[in-house]
Design a protein around this ligand. Structure first.
Ligand SMILES: Cc1ncc(C[n+]2csc(CCOP(=O)(O)OP(=O)(O)O)c2C)c(N)n1
Ligand SMILES: [Mg+2]
Length: 731
């Protein structure tokens, strides 16, 4: 819209230095934002949309941010109140309304996310969830990726044969990353984790706290000791700090300009704490009269940024009353027309519900990943001494070899996690061998590829995975390590609500094809409760995540290669007990050896009983099957699933049709374990083929104890399997 303002666009306002044009634009954006909120509220009351949460009272702070930053160049990880920010960046109102009605043509999510869950490719707004503060770690990873690409532009090149063919990269040398949150959300650990890494690595991230004094009904002093988040964060090094009246657009704009300048100059991150207010209740599901006094609500209403700016435009003679009316009517019409358009938009098809759970570009179960022809035995490219020349390498060796091979092949790979570097203090490497992970799986990677590609993370699992999401959406391939499965739980929120969901919730627009390597399992003799856990079924229950669990060196090598090259997030479970066992050693198979997901391995052929298993139970099942054969004449067919999601149903069904008897065995606890799903499906789809009930074997329904006598009794042993084989044969 063109508005004739009272003087030339270059004219500065009396008070502050904003041009008249800028002031009018600020008012227009704020007013339009409020109109859209009000329009949605109307639609919600008419039951034409299904949720509403507004940005009313936050508009000035957000417009300040939008005008200080560069749309399409800088990156954005906003939260649900940031309508005015997104309008300021250029997101059209109609896109917002399409999301509100849940239209098929909603560009942010195809009708999958609630309104105001922003996402826009042209404006670098990355899909956000409803989870408070998870986005902050994505912003940190995004900034790291931007810096990496600007230092290694060659890594951005498109490459065929893996995920890179579908992950375009764009970056600008002086880009900044903006992320925002409410003051209540600063209580989340991920807020502090993000500040920690942004500060430590001097990353160009602007953290914007939109402090409206409440987190739903909980006032700021309950969340924040002393009531001021600015005071609490003041000692983080390398930050630019600003605390502003977030109802004053000009003050906000200035704060963000200074913040962006600090970030672009490479000095570190910035923290802008804006005091705004919530003009309405938390959402339409909330009524703030239940917990706020009338006096408090009235005092807040006096701070409305729209009223303040309107008064200023009039006072300074920038717009007349009539011009303001015109501007407002225009915005009202724009909001109404956007809503009208959206209400007529096509609705999503039920047949498309499963679209974009996984990559539709690159299928890791496809024959493209079936390059199982191994090279002749030779020395592998890793550093581990035990590996060289033996011709029969351990699982640890061949995982390490795969990491070396793939990092050589693909400059977009970074490896980080707790203690994965050889030595964070690089100068020490002249005299020491290096750590390379508590299990030495990443040994030699930092020495070969440098500290920019291989580095230690803080001791913080959510930080590891959250940053990986940020790297992933930029087209990089983080291959991160969680030191022990037992400590994956702090990252669970990031894995479940962010990593695995990024593609589906953005309707295929964003994705984070990250690999998380995790040492898992027991049988360690003394591993005890916190170094023996299994729990894979908790992760196979997450749509969007691939779960891999190899049982031998060759499979680990080939499956890790597929995990790294594929376009989906992968949880790669490595059994600690199998890392260096004699069972399943293999020659180095060469740098192109890959195994597709979802293809089981028949590790022992048999005709009497099908035994479906994976991981550390494969060698135990082999022992049991040999004894069953020798002592009872039972011929057991053992299926090593190798990947748990997806899994090879065809292999199971074919074998069960042959044997009519089946045991599902795993190390994890029996109840609600992985076997429950497989057993249920066999019961449902192969009932007529069965001569006996489906038998399950698993650990006792308890954690693993320290004393070996207890550990042995808790975890399934070869004898447990043998007993089940003999019993099942009796049917
Ligand atoms: C991890 C998580 N816990 C709880 C919620 C439910 N919830 C949504 S908004 C909110 C309050 C957030 O308050 P604040 O951070 O101050 O932001 P505001 O809504 O006030 O802008 C809560 C508890 C959530 N979305 N995510
Ligand atoms: Mg709040």
């Amino acid at each position: 819209m063109e508005l004739a303002v009272s003087s030339a666009s270059e004219t500065l306002s009396a008070a502050g230095g904003l041009s008249h044009q800028q002031m009018v634009e600020i008012y227009r954006l704020m007013y339009l934002s409020r109109c859209l909120d009000d329009r949605e509220i109307l639609l919600k009351r008419q039951q034409k949309i299904f949720f509403q949460i507004s940005g009313a009272g936050h508009e000035a702070l957000q417009v300040g941010a939008a005008l200080a930053l560069r749309p399409g160049c800088d990156w954005f990880f906003p939260y649900y109140r940031d309508r005015a920010l997104c309008l300021g960046l250029g997101v059209p109102p109609v896109h917002m309304m399409l999301q509100a009605v849940g239209a098929a043509t909603d560009p942010a999510s195809g009708g999958r996310q609630m309104p105001t869950h922003w996402s826009s490719v042209p404006f670098n707004i990355v899909s956000t969830s409803s989870s408070t503060s998870t986005q902050l770690l994505h912003a940190v990873g995004c900034a790291e990726a931007g810096r990496y690409f600007s230092r290694h532009p060659e890594a951005a090149a498109k490459a065929q044969g893996d995920y890179r063919a579908f992950r375009d990269v764009k970056f600008h040398g002086d880009e900044v990353v903006f992320t925002s949150l409410g003051e209540g959300s600063t209580s989340q650990g991920e807020f502090w984790e993000a500040l920690n890494t942004a500060s430590n690595r001097k990353l160009p991230v602007i953290f914007c706290v939109e402090d409206n004094g409440y987190a739903i009904s909980t006032p700021v002093e309950v969340n924040t000791p002393g009531g001021s988040i600015s005071k609490l964060v003041a000692n983080f090094p390398n930050f630019y700090f600003a605390e502003v009246d977030g109802t004053d657009a000009e003050a906000s704009l200035r704060a963000f300009e200074a913040a962006a300048a600090h970030c672009r100059a490479g000095k570190g991150p910035a923290f802008v704490h804006g005091h705004c207010f919530r003009a309405y209740s938390h959402s339409l599901s909330d009524d703030d009269r239940l917990y706020r006094s009338a006096a408090e609500r009235e005092a807040d209403a006096m701070r409305d940024p729209l009223t303040k700016m309107q008064m200023r435009l009039l006072r300074e003679g920038i717009l007349t009353e009539e011009q303001i009316n015109n501007l407002e009517q225009f915005a009202d019409r724009e909001a109404a027309e956007a809503a009208e358009y959206a209400l007529k938009a096509p609705l999503p098809k039920v047949s498309g519900i499963k679209d974009h759970v996984y990559s539709e570009d690159l299928d890791p179960t496809s024959p493209a990943f079936a390059t199982e022809q191994a090279e002749p035995a030779g020395s592998h490219p890793g550093k581990s001494v035990s590996a060289q020349g033996s011709g029969a390498h351990t699982m640890a060796d061949l995982i390490n070899a795969c990491l070396h091979d793939e990092m050589r092949r693909d400059p977009r790979i970074v490896v980080y996690g707790e203690d994965v570097a050889d030595a964070s203090r690089e100068e020490a490497l002249a005299e020491v061998k290096g750590k390379g992970g508590v299990f030495k799986l990443t040994a030699g990677l930092q020495t070969e590829f440098g500290s920019e590609r291989v580095f230690n993370s803080p001791l913080c699992e959510a930080n590891i995975v959250g940053r990986a999401v940020g790297y992933g959406v930029r087209g990089m391939k983080p291959v991160v390590e969680i030191q022990f499965f037992d400590y994956i739980w702090p990252a669970m929120h990031q894995i479940h609500n962010e990593l695995a969901l990024m593609r589906w919730r953005s309707h295929g627009v964003w994705a984070a094809p990250v690999v998380i390597r995790v040492p898992i399992g027991g049988y360690l003799t003394g591993g005890s409760i916190y170094h023996s856990q299994s729990g894979e079924s908790i992760f196979t229950h997450i749509p969007g995540l691939r779960v891999v669990f190899p049982s031998n060196a060759l499979d680990a090598n080939g499956l890790l290669r597929t995990a790294i090259r594929c376009d989906d997030p992968v949880l790669f479970l490595e059994h600690k007990r199998l890392y260096r066992e004699t069972h399943g050693r293999a020659p180095y198979p060469g740098p192109e050896f890959a195994i597709p997901f979802g293809k089981a391995n028949i590790v022992r052929a048999g005709t009497d009983i099908t035994l479906v298993t994976y991981g550390a139970l494969v060698p135990r099942a082999m022992q049991a099957a040999e004894r069953a054969h020798r002592e009872h004449g039972i011929e057991t067919e053992i299926i090593d699933l190798r990947t748990l999601s997806p899994y090879d149903w065809e292999a199971i069904a074919t074998s069960v049709r042959k044997t009519s008897r089946v045991i599902m065995a795993h190390e994890d606890m029996l109840s609600w374990g992985y076997g429950a799903e497989i057993a249920a499906r066999i019961g449902e789809e192969l009932f007529d083929e069965l001569d006996a009930p489906v038998k399950r074997i698993g650990a006792m329904d308890t954690f693993v104890a320290y004393q070996p006598i207890l550990e042995d009794a808790i975890l399934p042993q070869p004898e447990t399997i043998l007993k089940a084989l003999v019993e099942l044969r009796k049917y």
